[in-house]
Ligand binder design. Structure first.
Ligand code: EPU
Length: 435
């Protein structure tokens, strides 16, 4: 990791509840679609061109992991990667890189399927709760592989070098386990049936790309997927990764609280129905077209928004990744609300900092908080705890009165490409400074 990045901070001048931001932001490629799409490269032979890839830390790490196992990967221009996949050399991940991000686990599926074995460290990532990998290991075992563990390093091996198709039921729907086992099945022998799958649009985006390149995958975006294994895939045209629904959703919440008029363009509003429904019900003036969301004439004060409850849920429910920005929104609404984080058990700690800023939030238990609003917020020094809560702090700082300093912004940089530039372009006073 670039140690300079860790020393950077955002200095933000709050708007004290005024809605003076306006303009348009263009949404970039989705982190959580770009990561598995890059991780799919070992399933291919020949050249693969990918575009709309965000320029963020996690992507650079995934690219480094791929280069480390022998994938020839270049970045000819901003947002574009070109790979030539010949032979995968040593299917052993760089330990330090693998530990630094949760998404390294996704690469284990394609590498295992291609090479017959893979060695990798227990993946790290944001501290948002316990993040086990049992679903991955159980899936590989069902496909005939053996699992050995030495300390924090796993080696998975397929007998005779080939995985066998299997029927796999996920005890909980898991976004990355669904895409990882889907990819492992693409090169396995016979048919794999995945049940109780996650249905996130990023999985469908990936499956659509793989099918175009020769994979036999049915049912992506539904709870049951059927994959028939075959040979290596071949890409004949560039694949553009889908827009980031979480970046779009974050700007939607920001716009609701701080913008008079805001256009969020190059996004897919269909991916944000749960959030659009709630914010519209709360009174935010939103209009939606095919690839844009607009907030117009948002002049009423925030305390005219009505509070609502949130229970996070796998897609198409209310996304856990927008829970923190939405909680900031609720601190400005009139009434009481309960936020129930059902997916991760460590994803509400940031609310303690919102309380320091003036929010009236009571933690009932690690999964539930009660919010009473509206409450004015005051600028503070805040430490970004993970990608999404870091972004929520930016929104809270913009709502607040006075200056805030957000440190530990390397987390925010993991998920959002130069977020301060987009914020500045709509009139926000946000500066990247050295600490
Ligand atoms: N789970 C298990 N065993 C496993 C894997 C997951 O019990 O082997 C549990 C988790 O503990 C959790 C639940 O399953 O309770 C769902 O987690 P999931 O596996 O779906 O999360 P993930 O795949 O690790 C992805 C995103 C996260 C996002 C979640 C939920 C990527 C790279 N990450 O994580 O994104 O929060 O799905 O939608 O796609 C982010 O972008 O900030 C981020 C954290």
């Amino acid at each position: 990791m670039n140690s300079d990045l860790q020393k950077e901070a955002f200095r933000i001048e709050g708007l004290a509840g005024a809605k003076t931001l306006s303009g348009a932001v263009t949404i970039g490629g989705a982190k959580n679609a770009a990561l598995p799409t890059l991780a799919a490269l070992p399933l291919f032979k020949g050249s693969v061109s990918l575009s709309n890839i965000p320029h963020i830390t996690d992507i650079r790490r995934m690219a480094a992991l791929l280069r480390g196992i022998g994938v020839d990967l270049i970045q000819p221009e901003h947002g574009t990667y070109e790979a030539v996949v010949k032979k995968i050399g040593d299917p052993t991940f760089d330990e330090d890189l693998g530990k630094r991000m949760r998404a390294s686990i996704i690469l284990t599926g394609p590498v295992l399927a291609r090479c017959g074995s893979v060695t990798f460290p227990h993946p790290g990532g944001c501290v948002i709760g316990e993040r086990p990998i049992d679903l991955f290991l159980e899936g590989y075992r069902k496909m005939g592989a053996t699992v050995e563990r030495t300390g924090d390093v796993y080696t998975i091996s397929a007998p005779n070098g080939t995985l066998q198709g299997a029927e796999i039921f996920f005890k909980v729907p898991s976004h990355t386990a669904t895409e990882t086992l889907m990819m492992a099945a693409v090169l396995a022998e016979g048919e794999t049936v995945l049940k109780n799958c996650s249905m996130e649009p990023e999985i469908t985006d990936l499956a659509t790309f793989l099918v175009r390149c020769g994979a036999q995958i049915e049912g992506a975006g539904t709870p049951t997927m059927r994959i028939t294994g075959g040979g290596l895939l071949q890409a004949d045209e560039e694949h553009a990764v889908m827009p980031d629904r979480l970046e779009a959703g974050s700007f939607l919440v920001l716009g609701a609280l701080c913008a008079n008029d805001l256009t969020i363009q190059s996004c897919n509003p269909e991916h944000l129905e749960a959030v659009l429904y709630r914010l519209t019900e709360a009174g935010v003036p939103i209009t939606v077209s095919e690839s844009a969301i607009e907030i117009t004439g948002n002049t009423a004060s925030n305390d005219t928004f009505n509070a609502f409850d949130i229970k996070t849920h796998e897609y198409p429910g209310y996304p856990t990744d927008l829970q923190a920005p939405s909680t900031v929104f609720l601190t400005q609404c009139t009434g009481e609300s309960v936020v129930f984080e059902t997916i991760f058990e460590g994803r509400l700690h940031y609310t303690e900092d919102l309380v320091r800023m003036g929010a009236d939030i009571t933690m009932w238990d690690p999964h539930r908080v009660q919010i009473k609003g509206p409450t004015p917020l005051k600028g503070k020094e805040l430490e970004g705890p993970d990608i999404r809560a870091g972004l929520a702090f930016i929104i809270a700082a913009l709502v607040a009165e006075g200056e805030s300093i957000i440190t530990n912004i390397n987390y925010i940089d993991r998920g959002y490409e130069r977020i301060e530039k987009k914020l500045q372009s709509i009139g926000a006073s946000v500066e990247r400074v050295s600490k």
